[in-house]
Write a protein that binds this ligand. Structure first.
Ligand SMILES: [Zn+2]
Length: 338
């Protein structure tokens, strides 16, 4: 099969590799219908995370089951399925508590920018759609594998509830999906922070009531201006830089909560500042599996359309161009079709 392999910073190649096989009786093999490039894939591409050896890359996938192990019971060949980037048994104490991304048996599902992928713990990980989706639904369903599930978790972790005021730090795919989540969870006011015109437009389409272009302390000042000096009830931090986290904490009202889902890079939080802020923090790798059944229904019924975050679609074997386009900010998020 064809697969995308990262050889080093800036070095993405489309290669022929062996087809994945069932290794454990709980595995399933999927024929990938659509996959994509994640902002976190760029950490390796940009040398922020080291690449020690050629590694198949990608962790977002939707597709049709082609083979299952002998112990798989709820998933059958022919099912169109979606799973998270973390495989989970969906039965251990952490899974039952809704934190499948902390499953005691969790395994990262890598190498998904490929024609086929092996998914461990298939029964606990994969959720079938109500039927075979048409091509128009593919982009939105694909976002549920990571960015929409992660944006939803950011909103849940930040305690978004009907009538509240939300600020969203980050206008990448996760931040934009976080706006959808905040709207669906009933937020009254949603302040998006974005300085890119096409992303501002999408943010408004998805439910942002205000867009501010300032960053850092100026961004905090603008949120305070817009909220009468109070601050936001809930803040979604969807970037992972020190500036973004500082902006998120500064934008929350005392008693408010920050949901942070950007993978932190060199973020340090002052204990003293956190103590005085009286702001709650919850975040981490999103337990996407918790939200999949609900999010599949919302996409299937046309209530949400997160597939709009894809502004470029390329054939799988042009993955190198997909990475370049995202690295150079020519694209928010690129969908790859095997
Ligand atoms: Zn578990």
């Amino acid at each position: 099969m064809r697969a995308t392999v990262i050889h080093g910073p800036g070095d993405i190649r489309s290669e022929s590799v062996p087809d994945p096989q069932i290794i454990k009786p709980t595995d399933a093999i999927i024929s990938v219908a659509a996959t994509c490039v994640c902002g976190s894939d760029l950490w390796s591409y940009r040398r922020v995370n080291p690449v020690k050896e050629p590694t198949p890359i990608g962790h977002e996938y939707v597709g049709v089951v082609t083979d299952i192990g002998s112990e798989v019971g709820s998933i059958e060949p022919g099912h169109f399925v979606i799973g998270s980037f973390y495989a989970s048994d969906n039965s251990c104490p952490h899974c039952r508590h809704g934190y499948q991304s902390a499953c005691v048996h969790r395994e990262f599902v890598g190498g998904c920018q490929a024609e086929m992928v092996r998914v461990p713990l298939a029964d606990g990980t994969l959720v079938p759609t109500p039927g075979q989706p048409g091509p128009d639904l593919l982009p939105s369903l694909l976002t549920l594998s990571d960015v929409m599930g992660t944006g939803w978790y950011a909103a849940v972790a930040a305690g978004v509830r009907p009538g509240c005021t939300v600020a969203v730090v980050g206008d990448g795919a996760v931040g934009l999906c976080g706006i959808i989540a905040a709207r669906e969870l009933g937020a009254d006011r949603i302040i998006a922070m974005s300085r890119h015109e096409p992303r501002q437009r999408l943010a408004r389409e998805y439910g942002a009531t205000d867009v501010i272009i300032e960053r850092g302390d100026d961004g905090v000042d603008r949120v305070m201006d817009l909220t009468g000096g109070v601050g936001a009830d809930s803040v979604l931090e969807c970037v992972g830089t020190a500036e973004a986290m500082s902006q998120a904490l500064g934008s929350a009202r005392p008693g408010g909560t920050v949901g942070f889902v950007g993978v932190p890079h060199e973020v340090e939080i002052s204990g003293e500042a956190l103590f005085r802020s009286q702001v709650g923090l919850r975040g981490g790798p999103a337990p996407v599996r918790r939200f999949l059944p609900d999010l599949i229904d919302r996409v299937w019924d046309g209530r949400i359309d997160p597939g709009g975050v894809f502004d470029l679609t390329l054939p799988l074997d042009q993955a190198a161009e997909a990475y370049r386009a995202m690295d150079e900010r020519r694209a928010v998020k690129v969908l790859l079709r095997p």
